[in-house]
Design a protein around this ligand. Structure first.
Ligand SMILES: [Zn+2]
Ligand SMILES: [Zn+2]
Length: 823
């Protein structure tokens, strides 16, 4: 032990606290992880979803997400890339404002405190972020450009104002985005939202529906994320068809060309038009009040009132169908028959035209509704039993006059043409409502002038600063934002005509702040442009993005939309912001969801103190594949902590110039190769398992050379960064090459492996058929089951035994045998 070159007195025991604190500080001070964005030759942009600082400290979920990116950043750095791993805060918006309301403190005060805590914790954990380019969405230098994006979209007709029914949370006193409604209630306060008709600002994301859909096919994103996006866009092919309203007279003989005397519907099944036995309007449909008969007026009014209290989700899921007859009739254009018009809330105002043609024989929801209200059910596609249930399968047309005998596909076009309808695509995707009647966000940069209408604030006058309100910043609940009461803010001169004008009082949705932050990271101080275009050319799109599954739909959709808009402004030449996206799983505590009420919330800081951040980070990665949920346990983390300790204690076994056993050299090179393979595919858990295995091999021999240990430290530094850095630096004392070891381990190169050495170990793999030995193959000891199966099935000897018999299963024992079980 005395001769050991590595162990200083203070390191006799693994003092992770001391080691981690020391390196966390040094890394930040020496800017070890700050890349040269201008000069870097081999850029790699690693991005994690920046956090909402709406809690006093980091949540373990944030911590896991950051770590998934951080280990990749460290690996790529060793592989010779210039890595950019930025950090910032998504600090505007409802999350932080609601937290402030709960505490009874001003949001700015809360933010000032929580961001300090978050940054401190991330730095303590030894993440390799570049803190010199931090962004904060609440800083005027940032939101100037959030507002600029709005004005650019406004100039191009992609931002507009309209009256719309929106979900309103009576408790949070704000409009809710669809994603903020969970299980029919407000995700923040669990209150049931109401429907309110309000004038709001929208972004025309539907303009990009096809591009958003088509782009998905070529993207390297998790399949589950891509299919969630696809469903959200919800494209369907169908037809629009007009149903004239029977005996309809405009009130006061209106000549208004916008007054329509027909119901327009979108249907994916124009082939079933002869089976339409009634029509349905959503309760919000403009025609309702004009067609309702005198006898039905009261019943309809009452029904509308009842359905107004339901959330959209509730209406979609509605188990029990409800509705009311309007007293009016429409004319089915295919056969001129009269069909009753009903009002029912299973039809949504925002989808299609808020009206449907109902074909109960061939649509499940219509079938249920017709059964309940005793409406006619008429079969027009053969093949089912419509007495029992709706038939939605294929078949030939029946009861459809001259179209009888046609297949569904041909009939769609033929019938649409016959009634003068149009074949069109329809989308579930709606325009993005971005107005919020709140305080804590970037004001919508619009001025209202009596003469000029809505005018965008000019770029030179941006940002429209959010006034600092000591009082009165809380949401009022009257449907107007708190800014509407601030006279000094509201009164303004019209930028166009110089006359008196008023500002828009709404602020913008938090999702807009976070839809473009990765552009800003490149040049957060730039006052001339949203981002530096030469840096953008070099560093964008982002190479790898990781974040929680809960953002797989809206956040990613909005980022893609804003990226497409910036593309169309000529600022960038790509459409997809993230070359690769992976959603990280959730962390459970002992198999259960964490919650404050259960008292089982994991604090990263607490475990950083208990077992060290190196062990904590490795443990949460080790628990399973990146995208899967993982169960954290105190016993489990001790296993990883012991591994770190064993790595530390390996120093006792290291000797300069020791002649290593060939098996050790081979295992090291195999590990270098395999960890590399795992890292490229974000298989962090299996990479760690391989490093643990190698550690065991080192403990199985009396000594290892310093050369072997150095390589091991480099590949282990991605998971145990502070420990590896400490041991690395300790070489400096005893080495002639002091300079090398005084430099951070993260400036070293990922070690090469010797292909010859790895290939060297071949084994005889026994091949059995139904348990009997039928042959032998020389293969690499590391051969996978798939490779071994292919080789075995291709070998001539085995082919004879199998012939054309069916293979029931393959049994593979790694390094020993493969058994083909046949019938
Ligand atoms: Zn709420
Ligand atoms: Zn004006």
């Amino acid at each position: 032990m005395k001769n050991n070159l590595l162990i200083g007195d203070f390191m006799e025991k693994y003092n992770y606290r001391q080691i981690e604190t020391k390196w966390a500080k040094k890394w930040v001070e020496a800017k070890v992880f700050v890349p040269n964005l201008e000069g870097g030759k081999n850029p790699y942009y690693a991005l994690f979803m920046f956090p909402y600082p709406s809690a006093e400290g980091l949540h373990i979920g944030n911590f896991y997400c950051f770590t998934c990116i951080d280990v990749m950043a460290k690996y790529k750095r060793l592989k010779g890339f210039d890595v950019f791993e930025p950090f910032g805060f998504d600090a505007f918006g409802i999350h932080l404002e609601n937290y402030a309301l709960k505490l009874g403190e001003h949001p700015a005060k809360v933010e000032a405190r929580t961001t300090v805590n978050f940054r401190k914790q991330v730095q303590a954990a030894g993440l390799s972020c570049d803190y010199t380019r931090e962004v904060d969405t609440t800083s005027p230098e940032y939101y100037k450009w959030t507002q600029w994006i709005f004005t650019q979209l406004f100039e191009r007709g992609l931002a507009y104002q309209k009256e719309a029914y929106l979900s309103w949370c009576p408790s949070c006193k704000t409009v809710l985005a669809d994603e903020q409604i969970e299980g029919g209630v407000c995700e923040r306060c669990k209150t049931m939202p109401e429907k309110r008709k309000m004038k709001q600002w929208f972004f025309k994301i539907t303009h990009y529906a096809d591009r958003l859909l088509d782009g998905l096919s070529e993207m390297d994103w998790s399949e589950i994320t891509k299919s969630a996006q696809k469903n959200w866009i919800g494209k369907s092919e169908g037809a629009t068809i007009k149903f004239p309203i029977s005996n309809f007279k405009f009130p006061n003989n209106s000549q208004n060309p916008n007054d329509q005397n027909y119901i327009e519907v979108f249907t994916t099944r124009p082939d079933t038009l002869f089976g339409c036995t009634y029509c349905v309007l959503a309760p919000e449909h403009d025609l309702v009040s004009r067609i309702v008969s005198a006898e039905q007026r009261e019943a309809v009014a009452q029904y509308i009132q009842e359905s107004a209290t339901k959330s959209e989700l509730e209406r979609k899921e509605n188990k029990e169908k409800t509705g009311v007859f309007s007293g009016a009739y429409a004319i089915n254009p295919v056969n001129n028959e009269q069909v009753p018009i009903w009002i029912a809330d299973y039809v949504l105002a925002g989808y299609g035209f808020g009206a449907i043609m109902a074909v109960p024989a061939h649509d499940e929801r219509d079938f249920e509704f017709a059964k309940k209200f005793n409406l006619e059910i008429k079969e027009v596609i053969s093949g089912g039993d419509i007495k029992k249930e709706a038939y939605v399968g294929e078949g030939k047309l029946v009861n459809s006059e001259k179209f009888n005998g046609l297949g569904v596909f041909e009939a769609k076009k033929a019938i649409t043409d016959f009634v003068g309808g149009k074949l069109v695509s329809n989308y579930k995707l709606r325009d993005w409502c971005i107005s919020r009647q709140r305080y804590w966000g970037p004001p919508v940069p619009i001025v209202y002038c009596e003469k000029c209408g809505a005018v965008a604030v000019a770029e030179k006058d941006l940002p429209v600063k959010l006034p600092e309100l000591e009082k009165g910043w809380e949401p009022s609940g009257d449907g107007k934002g708190p800014l509407s009461n601030v006279e000094s803010f509201m009164k303004v001169i019209c930028p166009k005509c110089g006359g008196d004008a008023t500002r828009e009082a709404d602020v913008m949705d938090n999702f807009l702040d976070s839809a473009w932050y990765f552009f800003r990271y490149l040049s957060p101080k730039n006052t001339e442009a949203i981002f530096d275009s030469s840096l953008g050319k070099k560093w964008l799109p982002v190479d790898l993005y990781v974040g929680g599954n809960e953002h797989a739909v809206l956040h990613l959709m909005y980022t893609r939309f804003i990226t497409m808009a910036l593309h169309d402004l000529g600022l960038i030449d790509f459409d997809n912001p993230f070359k690769k996206f992976r959603a990280n799983g959730m962390i459970l505590k002992d198999g259960k969801k964490m919650s404050k009420s259960k008292g089982n919330v994991i604090s990263p800081e607490e475990y950083g103190e208990k077992v060290g951040y190196d062990a904590l980070k490795s443990y949460i990665l080790f628990l399973g594949p990146l995208s899967e949920d993982r169960s954290f346990s105190d016993e489990g983390i001790m296993g990883t902590a012991r591994w770190a300790e064993r790595v530390f204690n390996l120093t006792h076994r290291v000797e300069v110039g020791y002649g290593d056993e060939k098996s050790v050299l081979r295992k090291l090179d195999v590990t270098i190769k395999n960890v590399e393979g795992d890292m490229e595919e974000q298989k962090y858990n299996t990479a760690i398992a391989k490093l643990m295995e190698l550690t065991n091999v080192f403990y199985g021999v009396p000594k290892i050379s310093q050369a072997v240990f150095e390589k091991f430290l480099i590949i282990t530094s991605i998971f145990l960064p502070a420990l590896a850095e400490e041991l690395w630096s300790s070489f400096a004392k005893a080495s002639a090459d002091e300079k090398k070891y005084k430099q951070s381990i993260f400036f070293q190169k990922w070690p090469e492996y010797d292909l010859e050495l790895i290939k060297d170990e071949e084994i005889d793999l026994v091949i059995q058929v139904n348990g009997k030995v039928r042959g032998m193959l020389k293969v690499s000891a590391d051969i996978s089951e798939k490779e071994a199966t292919n080789l075995a099935l291709e070998s001539d000897k085995i082919k004879n035994y199998i012939a054309d018999k069916e293979i029931k299963k393959i049994v593979f024992v790694k390094g020993r045998l493969i058994n083909v079980v046949i019938m």
